[in-house]
Design a protein around this ligand. Structure first.
Ligand SMILES: CC(C)(COP(=O)(O)OP(=O)(O)OC[C@H]1O[C@@H](n2cnc3c(N)ncnc32)[C@H](O)[C@@H]1OP(=O)(O)O)[C@@H](O)C(=O)NCCC(=O)NCCS
Length: 339
């Protein structure tokens, strides 16, 4: 994982919009988030996370067959963020492409990697989730600008014994309710113009309350479907890594699945919602903290714009990294301070 150095607290945002630390913590669980430096593009964040993932996997850029970048905030429309990362990384053999599934992007990426490796099309797939949401948020809209942050996470996927690794992926979409979370202009339907800029239509717009209900239902449902496909139950999961959109959403999903708080990982207080980056960021913290051992079952679950949602269940195969002491910074839902 990589997050930019700049920490932006709720108090900092309260100087820009009509909000307060109390409101943000109580309604979302967020205390601070990271914002990129002006000279950083999404591909720069992705590059650092990718290099760290390759180091951890003990492979080089030349070993990568496919680079899959999940992002809603690419450097630009053309070329794809994945191709830019490929060039910066020097992964000359790799095919590279982006996935546009908003906050569910990393799970969609896992499904692509699983398919490519499972069919023998690829041996080594680098899946990256990266966002610079600070670039597409409206700092005049308190409904959204307090929620999001910047960051990147990456994972190297390789073949393993059947029954290990990614056991199931369950992905879903409902474009009928796509306008719950949108950037209205800038695409082919409404290209950028002076008017669209004046109307602030290049920023994220959200109907938060409606989205909340869809999120809880979709996350619960897809996690159950992935578990059923893997022949497991919630009680079999040592850990669940949920997309970090809102602590209340995470709690509601946890209650529905009957999981104890210590099995559901939360770091939203430190990073806010980093969209497609939130699951791989959290996974890295969990792995480096020594919280996953070979044979552990781990669930990933997310929802996001589209609307999209999905879950994956994996049986962990990698050894605990040297130096991990089980007390790293990643913590569980019950440990998140509440006001
Ligand atoms: C956005 C969200 C935190 C809002 O929480 P909520 O409890 O639903 O709050 P509401 O939308 O009902 O707003 C309650 C009040 O707080 C106000 N409010 C909104 N943002 C605020 C902020 N940053 N600070 C202070 N007040 C705020 C609203 O204007 C509203 O005031 P009103 O009652 O006078 O109209 C919550 O709905 C949510 O997290 N939804 C899911 C969104 C999400 O995860 N999106 C990303 C998808 S990956």
């Amino acid at each position: 994982m990589y997050v930019p150095d700049k920490v932006v607290t709720n108090h900092d945002l309260a100087k820009i919009v009509d909000t307060s630390d109390e409101w943000i913590v109580e309604r979302t669980g967020i205390r601070e988030r990271r914002f990129s430096a002006p000279e950083q593009a999404s591909s720069d964040l992705a590059l650092i996370a990718a290099q760290r993932a390759l180091d951890m996997a003990g492979i080089g850029p030349e070993d990568i067959d496919q680079i899959v970048v999940a992002t809603t905030s690419p450097d630009r429309y053309l070329p794809s963020c994945a191709c830019t990362v490929q060039a910066k990384l020097g992964a000359t053999r790799a095919a590279a492409f982006d996935i546009y599934a908003a906050c569910t992007g990393f799970i969609y990426g896992l499904s692509v990697a699983r398919g490519a490796i499972g069919t023998g099309m690829a041996d080594t797939v680098l899946v990256i989730g990266v966002e610079q949401l600070s670039r597409i948020m409206d700092f005049k809209d308190r409904n959204t600008c307090v929620l999001f942050g910047d960051g990147a996470g990456a994972a190297v996927l390789r073949p393993c014994t059947p029954g290990d690794g990614i056991r199931a992926v369950s992905i879903h979409s409902d474009g009928m309710i796509g306008d719950l979370l949108e950037i209205p202009s800038g695409g082919s339907a409404r290209p950028a113009s002076h008017e669209t800029v004046d109307r602030r239509e290049h920023y994220i717009r959200m109907k938060g309350k409606e989205l909340f209900k869809v999120a809880v239902r979709g996350m619960d449902d897809s996690l159950r479907k992935a578990l059923a496909e893997a022949g497991l139950t919630p009680a079999d999961l040592e850990l669940v890594i949920p997309h970090q959109a809102n602590l209340r959403i995470i709690d509601a999903v946890r209650e529905r699945t009957g999981l104890p708080p210590e099995r559901v990982i939360v770091n939203i207080d430190r990073y806010g919602n980093t969209s497609s980056a939130s699951i791989p960021i959290t996974l890295d913290e969990v792995v480096r903290a020594g919280r996953l051992k070979p044979g552990d079952h781990v669930g990933f679950v997310a929802f996001g714009g589209g609307i999209t949602w999905g879950a994956s269940v994996a049986t962990w195969t990698l050894p605990v990294p040297a130096g991990a002491n089980g007390t790293g910074r990643a913590h569980v839902a019950a440990e998140v301070p509440r006001t």
